[in-house]
Design a protein around this ligand. Structure first.
Ligand SMILES: CC(C)(COP(=O)(O)OP(=O)(O)OC[C@H]1O[C@@H](n2cnc3c(N)ncnc32)[C@H](O)[C@@H]1OP(=O)(O)O)[C@@H](O)C(=O)NCCC(=O)NCCS
Length: 195
């Protein structure tokens, strides 16, 4: 069956659906603990859709016929020395394994590199998350080191005892590899980015 999925900016009305996906028993084991404080920060960020100091938090919702099926969060960092983004994502299990996240993330990366001129994009996942690691490898991310001090911070901030792996893709790698390989991907799913 052919499927057309859209990716658009998240709205406040999406948040309960996003929260339900994050709390799904098959999704939750792959998540950092989210505090209630964090949920209200999301509301504020999405409502204002604005840059605050060196940071700009954004979220994109993935919809199938207007039904929320997933999301991709993006924290853009504009520091004096480097401009980069951190991304996180989840998809409802009903939609796993159809290449949806690969295509949706591809669209978001395109925007981060070409419109926001990010130098690189990073994403963290638990070492046990083979599906996510396969996704990252398909998108040409490479594993990078996480310093011990950063591991300690993540463990304390998120009360997380999982071993974290960090992956990164640079603008140059994206240009060289992704744009060439995406033409070869076969999928009966189309993903469009809505302005
Ligand atoms: C990770 C996630 C976003 C992937 O979404 P998806 O749309 O299923 O991803 P895709 O179909 O684009 O690609 C998944 C890849 O994993 C492969 N895969 C499927 N099941 C797998 C498994 N059990 N182990 C390893 N790889 C697996 C798929 O074959 C595909 O690779 P391929 O394109 O080379 O065949 C989704 O599974 C999810 O939301 N998982 C739970 C939450 C999560 O892990 N979030 C990320 C936290 S960092």
């Amino acid at each position: 069956m052919h499927l057309t999925i859209a990716v658009r900016d998240s709205s406040l009305a999406d948040l309960p659906h996003i929260d339900r996906i994050r709390s799904h028993p098959l999704v939750r084991p792959h998540q950092f603990q989210i505090s209630s404080n964090c949920v209200s920060s999301w509301e504020k960020w999405i409502e204002l859709n604005a840059r605050s100091g060196d940071f700009w938090f954004r979220c994109s919702t993935i919809v199938d016929d207007e039904q929320v099926i997933g999301y991709i969060s993006q924290t853009l960092n504009f520091t004096r020395t480097c401009v980069f983004a951190e991304c996180g994502w989840n998809l409802h299990p009903t939609y796993w394994g159809r290449g949806i996240m690969k295509l949706a993330l591809g669209q978001i990366l395109l925007r981060l590199f070409n419109e926001q001129k990010m130098s690189y994009v990073i994403a963290d996942c638990f070492r046990s998350n083979t599906r996510c690691k396969r996704l990252l490898s398909n998108l040409h991310f490479s594993r990078v080191n996480v310093r011990w001090i950063e591991r300690m911070r993540l463990a304390i901030d998120y009360r997380c005892l999982h071993w974290i792996e960090r992956y990164r893709i640079d603008h140059g790698t994206w240009n060289a590899k992704y744009l060439r390989t995406q033409a070869r991907w076969r999928s009966n799913t189309a993903v469009i980015l809505r302005p």
